[in-house]
Ligand binder design. Structure first.
Ligand code: PLP
Length: 498
């Protein structure tokens, strides 16, 4: 029996294999479909806004695992239709939700190419060119934001993982006991300082690494949502007096909610004096550092011990691509390597499994590397600057509109709310604020289900706001100019039907 099977495997042809011609023909067909999809994105609804049941019905979610195979062409055609017709299109020019960008078409092709070679970028030997391309990409990303190009770094899945990677580097560097062997129980309680506007990656990081969320000292933000330095100093002084071990301050280079930039140069000085690790979460805003209109404080990220950036946000890379940058490359191997530092895989080769949490790794760098070259740094800065300019324009237009109230504008995030004319005079009073919060919450639901545009929400100074974030090279002036009146009209309808 076994030997018969072995005989049949001469000139093996497995069910998953494709001939060169089959692959070419299916590939051309799929690329044609994708081109049509990209070409029609502006005419499509931003989201079909279907209920989960409808999506499951379209999929045939109850279908059991097929025991027998099916033709690849039909499967690909069906998958493309399902996805094109039942997805939220973050590549739509009027998608302004969260911080999710339109992806560069060259990134789509890069993903195909990366999968074709299927390099395992965990070890140099398994991925010689992919590893070198990643190393070059890291240098270019550092250069783009003004960070020292001889820093250490690696690509990870996104901002959360980039921040966590830097967090672990900080933890290993700033404990005077062997925290990797003894754990956090081996020394005094470790403390981290961050503003209340910091992204939830920080809770996950202290949880995963055993510090626990009580290790976070939440520092109040000022009215512009930036960390309050005086509050930081006060808290720090109390903690040191109580015998705790502060080791890390996190500054945000663009908060996730309103895009506020913490006073990074002052935070850097604070950390330098006290020998604390200074980490900057630049997942959203770091790439704006080189643009002429960026807030000057953003330049302070060059002083950080580590920076998390997110190419799948403002570099318009398709998901997933985050990146951890660490000033001293050894801080990464000190945090992750299980080889003594004198042990090296053949001299100069980088083995990414040794400086980060992953073992086998995909080739995330290719899409970033290609897009950086396609546009070039100068035009990248221009695209980012254009997103900022459009967000500012939206703020101005909302400010001039009799039924809208512009609440904040930082980087490419503008927040605003609908205020009916009759409530205009009484804003700030409690009943009116409660009423406005509820009205704008309902308005957001209507915007989402409209299919015309998509935004998310923020709470600005206690007020429920509609939040528009432009990390979208497809958004044009006319898209932004049409928004205020459209929002006001929808606001009036929402109010009328209550
Ligand atoms: C988006 C974001 C994150 C998380 O990044 P992911 O890529 O979603 O994991 C962290 N911090 C900030 C400031 C962000 O904007």
């Amino acid at each position: 029996m076994t030997s018969k099977r072995i005989d049949q495997l001469r000139g093996r042809s497995a069910p998953l294999e494709m001939t060169e011609d089959e692959f070419r023909s299916l590939g051309h067909d799929l690329v044609d479909r994708i081109a049509g999809f990209l070409g029609s994105v502006r005419e499509r609804a931003v989201t079909p806004a279907e209920a989960p049941d409808a999506v499951r019905a379209a999929l045939g979610a109850a279908k059991a695992l097929p025991e027998h195979g099916a033709p690849a062409g039909e499967l690909l055609e069906n998958a493309a239709e399902l996805l094109f017709d039942h997805s939220l299109l973050n590549g739509h020019p009027r998608f302004y939700g969260y911080i999710t960008s339109s992806c560069a078409p060259i990134g789509i092709l890069a993903e195909l190419l990366a999968a074709a070679v299927n390099a395992n970028a965990g070890a140099w030997k398994l991925s010689p060119m992919a590893t070198e391309i990643e190393a070059q990409t890291i240098r270019w990303l550092a250069q783009f934001i003004g960070y020292p190009a001889d820093c250490g770094g690696l690509l990870v899945s996104g901002g959360n993982m980039a921040n966590l990677t830097c967090f672990l580097a900080a933890r290993a560097a700033k404990t005077d006991w062997d925290v990797r062997t003894k754990g956090v129980a081996g020394g005094p309680p470790l403390l981290v300082y961050a503003s209340r506007e910091t992204h939830t990656w920080l809770q996950k990081a202290v949880d995963i690494t055993g510090l626990g969320t009580d290790a976070i000292r939440w520092i109040d933000a000022d009215r512009q949502q930036r960390m309050d330095l005086a509050a930081l100093e006060l808290q720090y002084t109390q903690d040191v007096a109580a015998g705790a071990r502060p080791f890390l301050v996190v500054g945000s280079a663009g908060t996730v909610s309103t895009g506020a930039v913490d006073p990074l140069p002052a935070l850097a000085a604070f950390c330098r004096e006290r020998q604390l690790w200074f980490h900057v979460d630049g997942a959203y805003g770091a790439f704006a550092a080189g643009t002429p209109d960026a807030p000057p404080e953003l330049a302070g990220l060059v002083l950080a011990d580590s920076v998390a950036v997110d190419p799948h946000k403002w570099l318009y890379a398709p998901l997933e691509a985050g990146c951890a940058l660490v000033r001293h490359p050894a801080a990464l191997s000190d945090a992750f390597s299980y080889h003594p530092s004198y042990y090296s895989f053949g001299g100069e080769a980088t083995n990414y499994f040794d400086i980060g949490p992953q073992n086998s790794r995909g080739f995330r760098a290719l899409k970033v590397w290609l897009a950086l070259q396609q546009a070039g740094a100068a035009q990248y800065r221009e695209m980012i600057g254009d997103d900022i300019a459009l967000a500012r324009r939206l703020f101005e237009l909302a400010n001039e509109h009799p039924e809208l109230e512009a609440l904040s504008h930082n980087l490419s995030i503008t927040t605003l709310r609908y205020v009916p004319r009759e409530l205009r005079e009484s804003t700030g009073s409690e009943p009116t604020e409660v009423e406005l919060n509820r009205l704008n919450q309902e308005l957001l639901a209507r915007i989402e289900s409209s299919g015309y545009a998509f935004c998310s929400n923020a709470v600005v100074d206690g007020r429920y706001a509609l939040r528009f974030c432009i990390v979208n090279f497809r958004t044009a002036t006319e898209d932004i100019e049409a928004l205020p009146q459209w929002i006001a009209d929808l606001g009036r309808q929402t109010q009328g039907e209550k």
